[in-house]
Design a protein around this ligand. Structure first.
Ligand SMILES: [Zn+2]
Length: 216
């Protein structure tokens, strides 16, 4: 959809909300308590109520927007930008375009959209603080002689080396440092098959998959 058509279809919050509601109805709203599929629409609350058990379902619950306080229009604009252009937009840029004060909710929205829309991992760059480690995965060959057990460990054949990077930062207060050390908050994760664990190889990989000024 072109931008001009998008603005005609979704000129305001109300039109986005209506479209989203219609989309959910088409998919079928499922009760999280009893699994029932028939609901009453409680317009004044903007919620569905299960005909069987009375459990209420908001427009956003159970969807990518679950728990978000951002307007529907923000989500629609962000989805439009992500899907209709070849450019990749940073959360910062979307925040600027939307004129929203706080970065975090916009970042969270983009984060969720990226993961559900299945954009290629390669397009996403890890940021802030990441942890890096290697992993070894047994590579199964169909032709392999099954009577011969695989060797374990770093040096053995038939192991694929995978570089694992994960966004990780201190979760802040409210943890017990005595128990498990520092509590970490984990973000986006990337796993990539690498040729080797040589310095150059790791460097090449990391430099293309993280934002500048990332602490590793
Ligand atoms: Zn129910």
């Amino acid at each position: 959809m072109k931008l001009i058509e998008f603005t005609k279809h979704f000129p305001d919050e109300e039109s986005c909300k209506e479209a989203f509601k219609a989309y959910r109805l088409k998919q079928g709203v499922r009760c999280t308590k009893c699994g029932g599929m028939s609901h009453y629409w409680k317009g004044y609350r903007e919620q569905w109520e299960c005909k069987k058990c009375k459990r209420r379902t908001t427009l956003k619950s159970g969807t990518v927007m679950h728990g978000s306080k951002l307007p529907f229009q923000y989500w629609f604009i962000a989805m439009h930008l992500i899907t209709s252009t070849k450019k990749s937009f940073s959360a910062k840029e979307i925040q600027r375009q939307l004129g929203h004060k706080r970065y975090e909710p916009i970042w969270a929205m983009m984060h969720k959209l990226r993961s559900v829309m299945g954009l290629r991992d390669g397009e996403y760059r890890l940021k802030e603080e990441i942890e890096l480690d290697e992993g070894f995965f047994e590579t199964v060959s169909v032709a392999r002689d099954k009577s011969e057990p695989l060797k374990r460990g770093r040096g053995s054949q038939r192991q694929t080396t995978v570089l694992v990077s994960v966004e990780s930062k201190d979760a802040g207060d409210g943890h017990n440092p005595k128990k498990h050390g520092k509590k970490k908050k984990v973000g986006y994760l990337k796993m990539k098959v690498v040729e080797s664990l040589k310095k150059e190889c790791i460097y090449d990989n990391v430099s293309t998959s993280v934002e500048k000024n990332t602490k590793i």
